[in-house]
Design a protein around this ligand. Structure first.
Ligand code: ZN
Length: 76
């Protein structure tokens, strides 16, 4: 049985998919039995999702009149 520390480290470093089969099975087994690590993984996935969403938003360039809009709103 793997420890919570081992499991959380493996999940958070993203080394999970590269780990040997026995280690992956160990993680899966641990996750089935440990609700703390399940919660940790859920939170990690939520963070990763919002990070991706934030990155997607910033991929679009600001509009051409972005600066003048800011300047206009500052003058008000
Ligand atoms: Zn655990």
């Amino acid at each position: 049985m793997m420890t919570c520390k081992e499991v959380s480290t493996l999940i958070s470093t993203g080394g999970f998919s590269d780990a040997p089969l026995t280690r992956r099975l160990g993680v899966r087994l641990h996750l089935l039995m440990c609700r703390h690590c399940r919660a940790f993984r859920r939170q990690l996935e939520a963070v990763a999702r919002s990070a991706r969403a934030a990155a997607a938003v910033h991929e679009t360039e600001p509009s051409r009149d972005f600066e003048s809009k800011i300047a206009a709103s500052l003058k008000r």
